[in-house]
Design a protein around this ligand. Structure first.
Ligand code: AKG
Ligand code: FE2
Length: 329
């Protein structure tokens, strides 16, 4: 049985990075407004052409087309890198997402986790080129957030320095499998509802491969409950969809909102049932970055501790969910 989703149209701010250096103050005030009031916005005029983005999508698709036993040569590890399939369980659903993903990083966590040239020539070079370009866009946004919060302009850039071996920034290639139009009695999740725990996520979608939805209303970073009125975010190749993560929410003393979102598993006739590819770039702090907002609402933690705390909270919420599923069975 499928229940109809309740939707509301909410405006998603669109921010142009055109003439960035000359317009940095104007862009900063637009970003701060979007971060405080929605937590999601799209960025255009960011310097990546649709061809640049399509090239990375082809690269990603070439990887996912490899046989599973080849992809299994670069398995997911707790360093937050590598390939997984049907294994990520979200606390909101208690069931694995129906997808596969391959997580890439810039630093030493990637040693031995790049797919070998003999399996996929040029994959690493193309990926790192794309990742560097997305990092440049991220750094522009970081400069604005630092100015908006009263930190020195390069404050967040230094904390997320991808040239350091202890960088934790992740580029995640995602492939959601095509799902049956006619119900086969099974329940699927593409990406169950969640908030990201990074600083800022930059998401690339492919035209027409819809499914991303947001559910605003989260007031503090420690909260796990989600509401039920969703807003669809259209998939357009040239727009980068950005969302505030828990790290920036905490670093702004909960002023900026880390918003719940999901990729809805298609269940209604107008939904998209085909294979869906997306690319999410998660700005993560270096392990030794020190994190505390200007108002000191939360105790100071390092990048490593923040990540460990986020994973612990996620695990605890998952155990809660599994317990509640068991007791209602
Ligand atoms: O694939 C998408 O569109 C969203 C993915 C996502 O939210 C995530 O991996 O955190
Ligand atoms: Fe996400």
């Amino acid at each position: 049985m499928t229940t109809k989703t309740s939707y509301a149209d909410r405006p998603i701010p669109q921010i142009s990075l055109r003439d960035f250096e000359a317009r940095i103050d104007e862009i900063t005030s637009e970003l701060i407004d979007a971060a405080e009031n929605v937590g999601f916005f799209t960025v255009v005029d960011h310097g990546l052409s649709n061809d640049d983005i399509e090239k990375m999508f082809s690269n990603s698709q070439r990887f996912f087309n490899l046989p599973d036993n080849v992809k299994a040569t670069v398995p997911w590890s707790s360093k937050n890198v590598g390939w997984e399939k049907n294994s990520q369980i979200r606390p909101s659903t208690g069931m694995p997402d129906t997808k596969e993903s391959y997580q890439l990083q810039f630093g030493e966590n990637m040693n031995d986790v790049w797919i070998d040239e003999s399996h996929l020539a040029g994959f690493q070079t193309t990926s790192l080129e794309f990742m560097s370009r997305v990092q440049e866009v991220s750094e522009k946004l970081m400069r604005c957030f630092a100015l908006g919060l009263g930190f020195s302009e390069d404050f967040f850039i230094k904390a997320h320095d991808v040239s350091r071996p202890n960088s934790q920034t992740v580029c995640r290639l995602l492939h959601y499998f095509a799902l049956p139009q006619e119900s086969d009695g099974k329940v699927y999740h593409r990406a169950g509802a969640h908030a990201d725990w990074d600083f800022l996520t930059l998401l690339f979608q492919k035209e027409g491969q819809s499914g991303l939805e947001i559910c605003p209303g989260r007031e503090v970073v420690t909260e796990f409950g989600i509401g039920d009125t969703w807003t669809k975010i259209e998939a357009k190749t040239g727009e980068i969809v950005c969302n505030i993560g828990d790290l920036l929410m905490s670093w702004s003393d909960d002023r900026f909102k880390s918003t719940f979102h999901r990729v809805k598993a298609p269940s209604e006739p107008e939904d998209f049932y085909g294979d869906r590819y997306s690319i999410a770039f998660f700005n993560q702090p270096c392990t030794d970055a020190t994190i505390q907002g200007p108002l000191k609402k939360y105790p100071m933690v390092t990048g490593q501790q923040f990540t460990a705390n986020a994973m612990r909270r996620n695990f605890a919420a998952l155990q809660e969910k599994l317990k509640s599923i068991e007791s209602s069975a």
